[in-house]
Design a protein around this ligand. Sequence first.
Ligand SMILES: [Zn+2]
Length: 88
Amino acid sequence: MSGYEAHTFWCIKCGQRGLDIQRKVNHRHGKHHRKKLWCPWCKMEVNHIECRNDKEVEEFKENFAAGLYKEELEESLEVIKKENSVWS
Ligand SMILES: [Zn+2]
């Protein structure tokens, strides 16, 4: 055992796979943990869904296809706009 496992992160905006992060195995979050990451496809910081195995990836893809993340995406983009407006 290496002590690490590869988790995949999936963008809630475009549904594509983002950059992988190596996590320590004992670094546990709940299922479909959110993390704001740079999406190489959207070219911006977007919430990503963390998937720990193929089953969770399948679930993410189903949820994404069903539009489950649309509202959450709009909310998170709204926050980015507000954060930016403070500095403009
Ligand atoms: Zn994206």
